[in-house]
Design a protein around this ligand. Sequence first.
Ligand code: FAS
Ligand code: PHB
Length: 391
Amino acid sequence: MAKRTQVVIVGAGPSGLLLGCLLDRAGIDNIIVERQTKDHVLARIRAGILEQTSVDLLTSAGAGARLAAEGIAHHAVNIAFDHKLVSVPLGATTNGKVVTAYGQTEVTLDLYNLRAAGGSQTIYSAGNVEIHDFDRDWPFIRFVNNGKAEEIACDLIAGCDGYHGVCRASIPDNAITTYGQVYPFGWLGLLADTPPVSTEVIYANNDRGFALCSMRSMTRSRYYIQCNPADNIERWSDDAFWDELRRRLPPETAEQLITGPSLEKSIAPLRSFVAEPMHFGRLLLAGDAAHVVPPTGAKGLNLAFSDIYYLHQAIESFFANNDIAALPHYSQQALARVWKTERFSWYLTNLTHRFNADPFEQKMKEAELDYITASPAGRLMMAENYVGLPL
Ligand code: FAS
Ligand code: PHB
């Protein structure tokens, strides 16, 4: 006899877990099916900056206690270029809005613990997940659980399975349009138990390439340098990383850099990607399953959470009011914010990275950096996008 639930959520990353926790609070039956092991999901190291809307949503889901205690508010963001470091205030031009430094690893753990403490079922290590009949009113999924074939019937499927997931890939090609580009560079990231060189994020545009200085706490730092996406991580010793990072920072910042052994080092490719629409029949896409941004604007995780803000409302209306129109409306509502956030991430990536040898292009970037850090209008544009556009 096939199991049955109201919503099957594919993927137990931050999108899937947050949606599951919000549906639990709304009394909507749901099961999460995740292909990796719990430990694999909880070990991922990714985003580090949360918009206030993400903090508020996590708090409303019941996953905000540790975030409130350990998250570090950032009241400005720094841009380094032309051997100088300019601080762009965030709250001064956005009615006091800030961003909070708190790692995605911790967010995922908080959501996992909340779900495990009394939420609905989460199935890890699910093999060969397939979604079926989502263009009909009786969708179901099939997967292998502990070597046994299983089926779960449902009313809705939430595709929270990331860029490489099965849900978007299951939509017929003629029903979906994708947009995007792959950048000609990657990010080499390093995590270390060292005091961060700055208490607020630094984005550095240097003639050797982009660098970023961030943190996870006052004793744990996260740094990135622009690299060749085909680079081999084995080629980068810790010392080689630290030396290159120093070269890309303003001298007075580089002098203060405290180095130490890496806890983690990895290279991530950078792309912009959007799939339209984010809904097909009874299947709804959210987070990286529907869109990807280059991490330069610290938007990936935050955009996933704004999807979940709209999606949990649409699902509640679907069940409470038999509101079938809530499904396409979710896609329209989410995409309006997705495209504006894609624009900011694409803009800041092109502005701060070096990949075009054209001297005129570089001069235009330097003039733009000068403008957005000096002009009140430029600083406001930077601030209101960085703290996150209103939902
Ligand atoms: P996720 O990809 O996190 O989660 C999807 C889940 O679905 C995964 O657990 C996966 O195992 C599971 N899944 C996939 N296929 C499945 C299937 N067939 N069946 C069942 N489950 C399946 N964002 C930032 O803001 N700042 C950053 O610095 C940053 N760095 C990043 C670095 C890397 C290497 C990557 C890949 C992303 C980074 N991001 C960053 C973006 C990242 O944070 C995403 O926006 C965020 O993880 C999105 O969360 P989800 O939508 O839940 O997708
Ligand atoms: C991070 O802390 O990992 C981080 C911060 C800002 C970004 C990207 C990543 O834009």
